[in-house]
Design a protein around this ligand. Structure first.
Ligand code: NAD
Length: 499
């Protein structure tokens, strides 16, 4: 049985707490590894190590730190297939999707190559008589990243890139369900030149997280996961005086207007609803057709597409559409929610409940389900299912559809399919959701923008990656300077490099 420990001070170390968690193979239902769960003492020691290493790293000039990011990006590209396989092996997503997971993280590292531009600060010459003002962006110190199971490469990279490029040290606490990718990324960034101790990967559960939240050395916490945990971590981190940004769950709606291209809308819905078995915070889980004719036309197109979906293990080849869900509990919970939808009166148009994967009967595969006539009071509407289940809520007008999105407790992503620019523009302007797609189902912004939801999908006030991440991981210091006299002769004539 493979045993996974921690990555501390530039090396793999075994756990000493005596506690471990099972890392499952979701396709077979077998335990494929045991991952160590850090004790309070182990976590505190890792934080102390990071604090020591951070001093020299912060003093390393930004372009040298950026060069580590350049080399890191090269190494991620070089090891793309290996990293994708690590992702798929523990998460269960298909290999092309695993590569996408790595790719969308890599793109944030690419932006971090330009970190010096984002860390420049501001300057005003002669703000008063003989007085200059300038502000600096300085690293916070030791920060923490706490990440979910569903993007084992992308989200750790979103966390570590901007934090490290800004001169911080980071404690990365990956999901205990998919820990291997973070451990491998730690090896690669060391090879890229990151000094030992600047990135510590500490595996663990609530005990490790609570230790991070209570440790006075930790200056900031970046969390991604479910909403109840996001809210808990945000509260405890803030109470302890830390900076916190905590991204939570979602219920993403796609409005389909009567003038939309129905085939394109149906294709988009199938990919966005069932890709990665629906285990994406940006998955579309609610289709909102406007008008019964639109709804009928949409359902008619969705059914054959959903029935044709190929479910299977990532090893089965490139034509598999999605793999298993993450655990037996997740599978059971999804089945329970589908049952509740039927009991509460929704029409189950495609029933994925009895799906069984031949040869993988113990795996956590869930067949795709499509509901029609869902209403906002049903549990399948209220809860984030995080599985291959698409609910259709029929509306009779654009205003009613907009209101549905606006009154939902979550506000991560949303989308509208229409041929009318005015409707699309009105939707983008009015909707209270952080990321909006127009004829685009999963509007995860590119890495030089920022990522973040509204309402119960995010706690804190700055987004992940892009310029916001550099604001989050640095603090501003402003200097007001006056010099009474100076040396005005002598000089250097050689054009010298700054480093
Ligand atoms: P989760 O909340 O169960 O776990 C996330 C992290 O929190 C893990 O590292 C876990 O070890 C830790 N954790 C779990 N329970 C804890 C507790 N009681 N106290 C302290 N720490 C705890 O989430 P998950 O199941 O791994 O991920 C799926 C969720 O993440 C979904 O809700 C999804 O929408 C959300 N998500 C959000 C985004 C976003 O950017 N908004 C992105 C990806 C996933």
């Amino acid at each position: 049985m493979q045993e996974l420990g921690h990555w501390i001070n530039g090396a793999h170390v075994a756990g000493t707490s005596g506690r471990t968690a099972d890392v499952m193979n979701p396709a077979t239902g077998e335990v494929q590894a045991k991952v160590a769960l850090a004790s309070v003492a182990e976590m505190n020691a890792a934080i102390d190590g990071a604090a020591k290493a951070q001093v020299a790293w912060a003093a390393t000039n930004p372009q040298r730190r950026a060069r580590v990011m350049m080399k890191f990006a090269d190494l991620i590209n070089e090891h793309m297939d290996e990293l994708a396989e690590l992702v798929s092996r523990e998460h269960g997503k298909t290999l092309p999707d695993g590569r996408g997971d790595v790719q969308r993280g890599l793109e944030v590292i690419e932006v971090c190559m330009g970190a010096p531009t984002l860390l420049k600060g501001e300057y005003m010459n002669d703000g008063g008589p003989g007085i200059d003002l300038y502000s600096m962006r300085q690293p916070l110190g030791v920060v923490a990243g706490i990440t979910p199971f569903n993007f084992p490469a992308m989200i750790p990279l979103w966390k570590m890139g901007p934090a490290l490029a800004s001169g911080n040290a980071m404690i990365l606490k990956p999901s205990e369900r998919c820990p291997s990718t973070s451990l491998r990324l730690a090896e690669l960034i060391k090879e890229a030149g990151l000094p030992d101790g600047v990135l510590q990967v500490v595996n663990g559960d609530k005990e490790a997280v609570d230790t991070i939240l209570d440790n006075e050395t930790i200056q900031a916490v970046g969390f991604v996961g479910s909403t109840p945990i996001a809210q808990y971590i945000y509260g405890r981190a803030c109470t302890n005086g830390k900076r916190a940004q905590c991204f939570g769950g979602a219920k993403n709606h796609m409005i389909i207007m009567p003038d939309a291209d129905m085939d394109k809308a149906a294709d988009a819905l199938v990919g966005a609803g069932f890709g990665a078995a629906g285990e994406r915070c940006m998955a579309i889980s609610v289709a909102v057709p406007v008008g019964d004719k639109t709804a009928d036309a949409l359902i008619e197109r969705l059914v054959p597409r959903i029935e044709a979906l190929k479910v299977g293990p990532y090893t089965a080849g490139a034509d598999v559409d999605y793999g298993p869900v993450i655990t037996a509990q997740a599978k059971e919970r999804i089945g329970g929610l589908v049952n509740s939808g039927v009991e509460q009166g929704a029409k189950l148009v495609v029933d994925g409940r009895d799906f069984s994967m031949q040869g993988y009967e113990d795996g956590f595969f869930v067949g795709p389900s499509l509901f029609d006539n869902v209403t906002p009071h049903m549990d399948i509407y209220k809860e984030e299912i995080f599985g291959p289940v698409l609910s259709t809520v029929r509306t009779q007008s654009y205003e009613e559809a907009l209101d549905l999105v606006m009154t939902n407790q979550y506000g991560n992503g949303t989308s509208i399919f229409t041929a009318d620019g005015d409707t699309a523009r009105d939707f983008a302007n009015k909707v209270n959701v952080g990321m909006v797609g127009i004829n685009f189902p999963i509007p995860v912004p590119l890495s030089y923008f920022t990522f973040g939801g509204w309402k119960k999908s995010a706690f804190g006030d700055l987004n992940q990656y892009g310029p916001d991440a550099f604001r989050f991981y640095t603090k501003t210091k402003t200097v007001t300077a006056r010099w009474f006299s100076g040396i005005k002769d002598g000089g250097e004539f050689a054009f010298k490099a700054m480093d």
